[in-house]
Ligand binder design. Structure first.
Ligand code: ADP
Length: 638
């Protein structure tokens, strides 16, 4: 492919060079052919008076061309050729400018009479003059200008991407085509977990492979499937696997590829894409990030600012409606913002199927680790179960990143194999950023950080419903000065007690500072943000507050996005505020009470933390004894 492109570029270069050379040649040839000598009017009348002039031609009412008589010419140039045509142009010997034509004409007639001359005078048509003069004198520059213009546009468009983005191809779709020649090697085996989603897309592969099996009973093959999921959950990977498995041509592009600054380009690209797809049918079109064009129409459009996007979307809807059920073109699209998609896209007949691609659960994470660990050199102590348990809420892409990062960390330490600690370091790094060993922290600040983190760790150890504790550290990383790590339980439902315990744990850092230093600091910003959100959601979203009752002000349709008025009265607003602050105050007091009762142990923990910088579950067990509650995750750490 690359060779082809280079070849076609060099072809163009040669074409330009030849055109340029031809015009340059014409230009110089023309100038050498007719190059009359410039003289002044007096010299002309001198020559005229000698009877040497055959004719004069007044060009453009301002220039006079002087043609000599043949015999005079041969007298002056005895060895000159006798070719009639060449001779005529050779007779043109002089040229001069005239000021006032009438005055000149009069003087000319006077001379003719005075010297009895038969010299003729001609007037060249202005029109004729313009075309020839213009072409020969300026045409070359215009042609050069056009060549230069084409060259510049080719350069501009070439920097924008492949051949499809050239200025003359602007309305052509930018979809990349993978067909049998490209040999897509990704199959369903490379996609770990996602069993449900895989099953659904497998059916699509089946539709394309043997459509008759489904249509013979009168069923219609779906026209599209929408993969919905958070970034990095494997939607693109799944689509690639479909292409690899179905062994049919696969057009891949992103929603933003339709968008261009020129009006009408998006729609024309959609048309072009579907035309190409129909030619290659059966085939799959994959549009990644479809929300770039698929946003709800009408919403948030300020004075038609989104017209171009809407046109593109309309064209997509029309094309999806338009192609027949038997064209065997299936559109797969991916998005992580299904909530903002236009409803018309989701109706049956367009994207008939919605496939949810969720964040991986424990077992799925383990499978994803296994896929990505295949290419790494591991030491024996790598515990995949532990790693899978350590990464709740991580997407497939995050896990792929951890695997890669761990290999880099091990390489930095000059190890020949990657061990478990490298993976743990990679997780820390991905969650909190790079370790900042050189950050200057004053001793009294360090002490405060240690007590703050020890406060979190103590409460999480002592409360029944707080997430199981993993480790606590005061090594600054990224923007954090220290952190307590937990293993959030993967639960589908959360009870009021669990929410309150989480709030209490989050407030424990500030509470510890208050108890020990008798004052508080700004270090609790992140904790307070989370606490406030949690308390707000209890009162206004989940209906977990007695005074507000079973009411939720949450709007899952997103239609309220631009409605700035609150869906409750001023009085309710006040109750909401009171209840939120009541929850927070209660939990803050609870944290303080527990910490005061365990102040000695809190201090031991903080001091050990100052000394060792990182403490694990084992260290806490030494200080507080076995956790007094059944800990579902206990076996992970034992
Ligand atoms: P999305 O399109 O959902 O944003 P991608 O499909 O581009 O995410 O995933 C990015 C990368 O994450 C993939 O190339 C792959 O390496 C990894 N990945 C994501 N999900 C999985 C999975 N289920 N199995 C294996 N690898 C995965």
């Amino acid at each position: 492919m690359i060779n082809k492109k280079i070849k076609s570029k060099s072809n163009f270069f040669w074409i330009y060079a030849v055109i340029f050379a031809i015009f340059l040649g014409i230009f110089f040839f023309k100038s050498s052919l007719s190059n009359p000598k410039k003289i002044d009017q007096d010299t002309f009348f001198d020559i005229l008076s000698k009877g040497e002039v055959q004719k004069i031609v007044v060009k453009h009412k301002e220039t006079v061309l002087v043609y000599l008589k043949k015999n005079v010419f041969f007298q002056k140039n005895p060895n000159t050729y006798n070719n009639e045509k060449k001779l005529t142009s050779s007779l043109l010997k002089y040229e001069f400018e005239i000021g006032d034509l009438q005055f000149f004409q009069k003087k000319f007639e006077d001379y003719k009479k005075k010297y009895n001359l038969n010299t003729t005078i001609d007037f060249k048509n202005q029109q004729e003059y313009t075309i020839t003069k213009f072409f020969f004198d300026y045409g070359i520059f215009f042609i050069l200008l056009i060549i230069f213009w084409i060259f510049i546009f080719r350069r501009i468009s070439a920097t924008g991407g492949g051949p499809g983005s050239q200025i003359f191809n602007i309305g052509k779709s930018k979809a990349k085509l993978f067909d049998e020649n490209d040999n897509v090697k990704i199959t369903f085996k490379d996609v770990a977990g996602l069993e449900g989603a895989k099953e659904e897309v497998q059916e699509i592969v089946d539709f394309l492979k043997s459509p008759n099996r489904y249509t013979k009973l009168g069923g219609k093959i779906p026209k599209g499937a929408l993969l919905i999921g958070l970034p990095g959950t494997g939607k693109t990977l799944l689509a690639k696997a479909v292409a690899g498995e179905a062994k049919v041509p696969f057009f891949s592009l992103s929603g933003s590829d339709f968008v261009e600054m020129f009006v009408g380009v998006g729609a024309s690209r959609v048309r072009d894409l579907f035309e190409k797809a129909k030619d290659k049918s059966p085939c799959i079109i994959f549009i990644d990030e479809i929300d770039a064009i698929g946003r709800s129409r009408g919403k948030s459009s300020i004075a038609g600012s989104n017209d171009e996007r809407e046109n593109t979307l309309n064209q997509l809807l029309t094309e999806m409606d338009g192609f027949e059920t038997n064209t065997n073109v299936i559109v797969l699209a991916a998005t992580n913002r299904s909530d903002i998609l236009d409803k018309a896209l989701l109706r049956p007949g367009r994207f008939d199927r919605t496939i949810i691609v969720d964040l991986p659960e424990l077992n799925e994470r383990k499978e994803i680790f296994l896929v990505h660990l295949k290419r790494l050199i591991l030491s024996n102590n790598v515990d995949i179960d532990f790693l899978a348990k350590q990464t709740p809420g991580f997407s497939g892409a995050d896990i792929a990143n951890i695997c890669n990062e761990s290999a880099l960390i091990a390489a930095r330490k000059n190890r020949s194999k990657i061990d478990n600690q490298d993976f743990i370091d990679a997780i820390d790094r991905i969650v909190c950023g790079l370790e900042k060993k050189n950050k200057i922290i004053k001793p009294n600040e360090k002490k405060r950080i240690a007590y703050h983190e020890a406060g979190h760790a103590t409460i999480s150890w002592l409360l029944e419903h707080s997430s199981p504790f993993v480790k606590v550290t005061i090594v600054p990383r990224g923007r954090t000065l220290g952190a307590a790590w937990y293993l959030p339980e993967e639960r589908q439902l959360t009870t009021v007690e669990q929410m309150k315990d989480e709030i209490c744990t989050l407030l424990a850092g500030r509470s510890a500072e208050e108890i020990i230093f008798k004052n508080i600091s700004t270090g609790a910003l992140n904790d307070l943000e989370r606490v406030t959100k949690q308390a707000q959601s209890m009162v206004t979203i989940f209906g977990l507050n007695d005074r507000i009752g079973n009411v939720s002000y949450y709007d899952s349709t997103g239609e309220d996005e631009f409605n700035f008025s609150k869906p409750y009265s001023e009085k309710t607003a006040q109750i909401i505020d009171e209840e939120i602050s009541k929850i927070i105050k209660e939990q803050s007091q609870r944290a303080k009470d527990i910490l005061k009762n365990n102040e000695k142990k809190l201090s031991i923990l903080a001091n050990q933390l100052l000394e060792k910088e990182v403490l694990f579950r084992e260290d806490l067990k030494q200080i507080f004894g076995e956790r007094p509650f059944p800990d579902e995750m206990n076996e992970v750490f034992n």
